[in-house]
Design a protein around this ligand. Sequence first.
Ligand SMILES: CC/C=C\C/C=C\C/C=C\CCCC(=O)SCCNC(=O)CCNC(=O)[C@H](O)C(C)(C)COP(=O)(O)OP(=O)(O)OC[C@H]1O[C@@H](n2cnc3c(N)ncnc32)[C@H](O)[C@@H]1OP(=O)(O)O
Ligand code: FAD
Length: 616
Amino acid sequence: MASMSVKHAIAAAKKLRSLQERFNPGGSDIYPALMGDEAITALIPSGNPLSVHILMFTRALREQGTDEQYEKFGRRADNNEIIGTFAQTELGHGTYLRGLEARADYDRGTEEFVLNTPKLSSYKWWPGGLGQTCNYCIFVAQLYIDNEAKGMAMFVVQIRDEETHMPLPGVHVGEIGKKMGLNGVNNGFLGLKDYRVPRLNMLMRHQQVLPDGRFVKSPVSQVSYFPMVFVRCMVARQNSNYLAQAATIATRYSVIRRQSPIEEGQPEPKILEHLTQQMKVIPEIVTAVVYRLAAANLQNMYNETAEAVYRKDFSRLPELHALACILKVATSYDSTYGIERLRQACGGHGYLTAGNLGNIFAMAAPACTYEGENSVLYLQVGKILMKNWSQVLAGRELMPSMAYISECSKMTSFPQWTGSWECLLKAIQYACVGSIRLAFQSYNARVQSAQSQTAAVNYSGLELTKAAELHGRSYVAGNFYQQIVNSPNKHQRSPQFQKVLENMLELHLIQIFFRHLGDILRFIRITEDEISALQRRLEEVLKELRPDAVAITDAFDFNDKILSSALGCYDGNVYERLFEAALKHPLNRKSVPDFFEAHLKPFMKENADNAKKSKL
Ligand SMILES: CC/C=C\C/C=C\C/C=C\CCCC(=O)SCCNC(=O)CCNC(=O)[C@H](O)C(C)(C)COP(=O)(O)OP(=O)(O)OC[C@H]1O[C@@H](n2cnc3c(N)ncnc32)[C@H](O)[C@@H]1OP(=O)(O)O
Ligand SMILES: Cc1cc2nc3c(=O)[nH]c(=O)nc-3n(C[C@H](O)[C@H](O)[C@H](O)COP(=O)(O)OP(=O)(O)OC[C@H]3O[C@@H](n4cnc5c(N)ncnc54)[C@H](O)[C@@H]3O)c2cc1C
């Protein structure tokens, strides 16, 4: 599987190169790389062994290396003359980067770094493509000068001979084993023993080690985390894509499959006529659209921040970090749960490999873990919200994506309930700010009682997580509202199209309201009649969107090859394709399976003989 994936990935990478040259000659825009990776990944159901090379190795060389280092390594990596990965996670540590054990000791006598993974737990473990594909990597290690720890640093390390692909002396590298999906990616392990690299193999755009061993600290240590921010932005886009693929499959299947009359004596309807089926499928279509728009916003913000960082302006890093964390978490959680809901909406056939929903789930699910385990990132955002709440209390302005927190903090109570979109959006924001206030009271009480920040974060973790989750909901719903109601290009839309978009906004806001009704009722009084009115509107908007469901998912424009699903094929010949796939199964090559003579027949005969004996 790995070799097939590499073959396909190389073919697709060549295609990508020609596309880039045609549409983005010599440009550094992230989209071609992203599109290329998405295209390659989509065409290789077992995952793209070049993903981390495209998304992390090449970018780290460009963003963390000096111009000279880019010329020496980055250009060859961009041109796919060398293939790398990003080797940060270890067998013993993934989240707690300060606990990483791999070390780089500077030898000023030879102006080299001596790299070691001192224990088994120090082995790099997980990097994509590391097992067999890559011949280089970015090796993340704790930097030591005269045995004094200086923090994390990144090193360009060649791990295999460029001609023979043999692991170099001092390198122990291989595949970590079968996973629940992405088995074409050859995630690998890497151990280094007294492996020497020249001083100039340490990426030194932001921090330097001079020939005599003097260390020049980075102006902002967090800029070394930038490669992770980029992938978190990618995950937001990639996982909204996975959800859109699954929604397309389930929608198409739901208008082909007929089951169970709604009125006695009537013919069996398409299953999408059942209201409960609409509630399973249509919100997922809308969620895919909502996150795709949010991810596009985040991507633009990433580009702007990356350019600013290149100019040594680090001012926007904190906001980008907070948004990249919350959107990576929200998109990966909601897409993973949404794809499983869509699989279940396809009944038994949803469980068939031919439907491809299981594989889309297996591709989407690990994003809840990699690039920052989701609950850790929720805590990251919770900590940032605590800092911002202190700013609110001090009367200071907040970053634009958190401005609503200031506005809501000035409200002494929630205004008269109207049920309008603005009211629903404000309710989610108001509940978020209420949760932030409660979390801060707990957190601050702990800090005041002399608990350390990390301990206070831990013991306030549940409230911090809730506040972070509601902040994500507020940002995503607010972005969708702005795009539908206040977009500058709104007047270029046909009235019909605008109406469909407004129906999607209505559904998203009401769905989020009901998902967080408990959180909202803690801070806002809403009557039973007002809630029942929203229930009616939910049922109504599902009915309104039902006729548009197929057109919206067709507009995602996934080729049958990308969907790779007998349930979601454009021509709708589901049963014929299911049967065609079944007949291809190896067990159908013979009428009598080999195991009959070898196992089944003796087993049944033995039971028959025993039955006869027991009657005697
Ligand atoms: C298109 C296809 C897309 C995707 C799929 C395809 C391919 C990719 C597939 C797989 C790739 C996966 C690659 C990986 O998984 S690489 C390894 C990823 N590992 C992680 O993400 C580690 C997660 N852990 C953390 O990030 C750490 O917990 C930590 C955030 C670094 C925090 O650690 P800690 O030492 O405790 O420090 P804190 O006090 O929490 O933070 C210190 C300080 O720094 C700020 N901060 C933290 N992170 C960032 C950042 N990324 N950017 C900017 N700022 C950051 C933090 O807010 C705090 O600031 P203060 O002001 O409070 O000091
Ligand atoms: C498919 C896939 C591809 C990957 N690709 C790469 C790659 O290319 N390069 C790379 O370097 N890594 C890669 N990784 C590794 C990935 O980045 C780590 O798995 C991830 O960072 C989580 O770390 P961990 O596995 O050590 O889990 P841990 O950090 O051990 O987490 C285990 C549990 O402990 C909890 N926990 C940990 N710390 C805290 C805390 N402070 N507070 C509360 N709870 C906590 C977590 O929430 C989680 O529930 C990949 C992983 C996967 C699954």
